[in-house]
Write a protein that binds this ligand. Structure first.
Ligand SMILES: Cc1cc2nc3c(=O)[nH]c(=O)nc-3n(C[C@H](O)[C@H](O)[C@H](O)COP(=O)(O)OP(=O)(O)OC[C@H]3O[C@@H](n4cnc5c(N)ncnc54)[C@H](O)[C@@H]3O)c2cc1C
Length: 485
């Protein structure tokens, strides 16, 4: 028990839950006066998809392999935890998109796939002549925008109205849809690209967005992405070690099964290993779990959490014996609906959704004998990866990759990792839904939510939400400094 006898349970040991535990125990400055913290995680390991495994002679990330440099939260956490010296900047720049039958470099000056200048897009050939002409219209006779009553819009239709369907199909959907494993057809602009809603309704969208694009670029000198030498597990393991040093109980293979109001303390978390009493609770599990736990106390908030749907993805990490010549850049994206390049595919849609040239992207992964490529599959609504076993999936992805980049043969080793229900879908009105969940949670004593389901799926956003949830609980328990806004 802590010095003041309070206890907090964190439900979910992903990066958001671990960040919450870090904040609850003092963050950068450990504070023995803080509450006793218990983290409940049903899986065998902590960190959720932050997982690195030995493969082809090096530790390779099979979930996220890097995080944005523009946002400070993940880098700050690495430094506080003591793994700042393992941060490695991205080693190559530029990526391609597989469109109109071949790989074409992504044009410069995009804001999450939305062009801010015409000429780089026209020159890149990603759109084709008609698409490029349609885009030119935005500079010459721009189409005014319409706004809906929600203060939100579906991203795909919004961009399509102003810049044409080709831009959405070849650039915005692969880039933004790719980050969320979803489709921009019904994705919330307010949640994903709010800069688009801030531009004037009249005049050129591309011109208006240029300033936002400059602001979205990483500060000069800062890399766009960071990885960790040794993989993301380095952060998870060191965070877990430091949390245990602070007296945090990390209970793996124990999940929350119910949440009840307590007599002595505010909450009792029912678990597979018996009840755990707590003065405060951070819910950092996926939204359906949060919905079930909230149901008896705030059915409206629970109902909103239940509507957050998830997409499943699978990644095949492939090792090719050197010498191998790959295209320049960090990899390529594949637009939804692209026909498979395999001769016997009979017009079926390609399975590959993206490929990452790992050694080019992360120089610390380079070795003399093999080259690593990560092939990704799976988007919301695409169940095909689940219907293939690991060998079939790796074989099909490798064949499609070979057909696109012209490799000389199959990989010498492959590793398939599946991430079921890993990406929450931010649909139109998502932020209203999130505000509703947060308001429901605030009506209950010392309860907070955190994680990818709410205000950003990237690691920095998840760290930020975990830490904010930790601060909110401390504030409701009257411990430590008041929560920062
Ligand atoms: C393949 C892949 C690639 C990605 N690439 C990137 C990238 O390059 N950069 C980036 O920034 N982000 C990336 N992401 C996104 C990012 O990794 C995730 O959004 C983030 O890790 C989610 O963290 P979280 O803590 O919110 O959720 P999770 O990590 O899912 O944590 C939630 C935890 O709750 C646990 N749980 C479930 N049920 C219960 C229960 N009943 N009781 C208690 N706990 C429960 C789960 O087991 C899980 O561990 C990627 C994700 C995937 C899957």
């Amino acid at each position: 028990m802590s010095a003041d006898g309070r206890s907090v349970v964190v439900v979910g040991g992903g990066i958001a839950g671990l960040a919450a535990a870090w904040e609850l125990t003092g963050g950068a400055e450990p504070d023995p006066g803080r509450p006793q913290v218990t983290v409940l995680e049903p899986a065998r390991t902590l960190g959720g998809p932050l997982r690195s495994v030995p493969f082809a002679g090096r530790p390779v990330d099979v979930g996220p392999d890097g995080f944005l440099g523009r946002r400070p939260e993940a880098v700050e956490l690495c430094r506080e935890v003591g793994v700042g010296d393992r941060l490695r900047p991205i080693g190559a720049s530029g990526a391609s998109v597989y469109t109109r039958g071949r790989l074409r470099p992504l044009p410069a000056d995009l804001l999450l796939g939305v062009p801010t200048r015409w000429w780089p897009v026209a020159r890149s050939g990603v759109l084709g002549p008609l698409g490029a002409l349609r885009l030119l219209r935005d500079l010459l006779v721009p189409r005014p925008d319409r706004r809906g009553p929600l203060g939100d819009r579906a991203l795909g239709p919004l961009v399509e109205r102003r810049l044409g369907a080709a831009v959405v199909g070849a650039l915005v959907d692969p880039l933004v849809g790719g980050i969320h494993a979803g489709t921009v057809a019904d994705m919330s602009t307010a949640a994903v690209l709010p800069q688009l809603l801030a531009v004037p309704r009249r005049g050129s969208l591309m011109r208006s967005l240029r300033r936002a694009a400059r602001m979205a670029a990483p500060p000069s000198g800062e890399p766009a992405f960071w990885a960790l030498d040794g993989g993301m597990s380095v952060l998870v393991e060191e965070l877990a070690r430091r949390l245990e040093e602070r007296g945090v109980e990390l209970r793996t293979r124990v999940g929350a099964e119910g949440l009840a109001r307590g007599a002595g303390r505010a909450w009792v978390v029912e678990t597979s290993a018996g009840p755990v009493e707590a003065d405060g609770v951070v819910l950092a599990a996926p939204a359906p779990v949060v919905a079930a736990l909230l149901q008896p106390h705030e059915p409206d908030g629970a109902g909103l959490a239940r509507t957050v749907e998830y997409a499943s993805v699978a990644v095949a990490t492939l090792a090719y014996r050197r010498p191998v010549t790959l295209p320049a850049g960090t990899g390529f994206l594949v637009p939804r609906g692209t026909p498979s390049p395999l001769p016997d595919a009979g017009g079926e849609e390609i399975l590959l959704s993206a490929a990452t040239f790992l050694d080019a992207k992360w120089p610390h992964l380079r070795r003399d004998d093999t080259v690593l490529v990560r092939a990704s599959a799976g988007r919301f609504g695409d169940r095909r990866p689940e219907q293939l076993d690991d060998d079939q999936l790796a074989g099909r992805l490798a064949a499609e990759l070979e057909a696109i980049v012209g490799l000389d043969g199959p990989p010498v080793a492959s590793l398939v990792t599946r991430w079921p229900r890993a990406f929450p879908q931010y649909r139109v009105g998502h932020l209203l839904r999130v505000s509703g969940i947060e308001a429901a949670v605030r009506r209950l004593p010392a309860l907070a939510v955190a994680g990818a389901a709410y205000r950003g799926v990237g690691i920095p956003a998840c760290v930020a939400s975990g830490r904010a949830a930790g601060r909110a609980i401390l504030e409701s328990l009257g411990v430590g400094p008041p929560a920062r806004p």
